[in-house]
Design a protein around this ligand. Structure first.
Ligand SMILES: C[S@@+](CC[C@H](N)C(=O)[O-])C[C@H]1O[C@@H](n2cnc3c(N)ncnc32)[C@H](O)[C@@H]1O
Length: 220
């Protein structure tokens, strides 16, 4: 069995990215700071990451109906978000599909401490490469732009972990490219990622590591 390549985030607002501009200013030292996933990454200068990571309904609210339809979510479904950051997607799921069992996990203590109050208690500090949940714990496991932040061998562990804790449905997005032009832009833009591949190599990597969930790409 193999998952579907599907853009479940097609209704997430798009932003125009000046990849060349970013490439010209970012240093290895900046990457090191970004990779601490602290205040600098979320709410510091743009050089280190988001340059301000705040809740806006216009981000995830348009995506929830697509998630609901694709996964058949209802009040009795359970979902884990790996790399949940401040829990914004979980909050919109909670609002739009009340009663769902929701959990989030992130490596960032800062993000969890500054998470949206309504979902704070659903979030756990941890690493995608070793999920602290039993086998088959969740109907759906999602991980958006997160597991590519691990080195390839640990990224493989994260794929296996997502597969293990999900009861069969999952969705991930990862940094990727489809041609040389996209590769160049990706390399200019990527700040924290350690595993970036051509989409065909990702698909092979999913197969090699037994990942049977759905997937799509982050291409700046
Ligand atoms: C680009 S952000 C995406 C956040 C959120 N999923 C979203 O789409 O808005 C990547 C997130 O992954 C988290 N992260 C990075 N490495 C991780 C790891 N090994 N395990 C769990 N979370 C990780 C970061 O702290 C950050 O919150």
């Amino acid at each position: 069995m193999f998952g579907q390549e599907i853009d479940l985030l097609k209704n997430y607002p798009k932003s125009k990215r000046d990849t060349k501009g970013r490439a010209n200013v970012i240093t290895e030292a900046d990457r090191e700071i970004a990779r601490q996933y602290g205040k600098d990454f979320f709410d510091g200068d743009r050089t280190y990451g988001y340059g301000g990571f705040s809740y806006f309904p216009r981000f995830w609210q348009p995506v929830v109906p697509d998630l609901k339809a694709h996964f058949g979510l209802n009040e009795s479904s359970s979902l884990l978000d790996v790399g949940c950051a401040k829990g914004f997607m979980l909050y919109d799921l909670q609002q739009m599909i009340p009663g769902m069992t929701l959990r989030g996990l992130d490596i960032s203590r800062y993000a969890l401490e500054n998470a949206k109050e309504e979902v704070k208690e659903l979030l756990t500090l941890g690493n995608a490469k070793a999920l602290p949940y039993e086998d088959n714990s969740f109907d759906v496991v999602m991980s958006i732009n997160t597991i590519h932040n691990l080195e390839e061998n640990e990224c493989a562990m994260a794929l296996r972990e997502i597969e293990r804790v999900s009861r069969g449905k999952s969705f991930i997005t990862v940094d990727a490219y489809r041609n040389d032009e996209e590769k160049e832009r990706m390399m200019e833009w990527a700040l924290t990622a350690k595993t970036i591949m051509h989409v065909d190599d990702w698909k092979q990597f999913f197969r090699d590591n037994g990942y049977t969930g759905d997937f799509y790409w982050f291409i700046p």
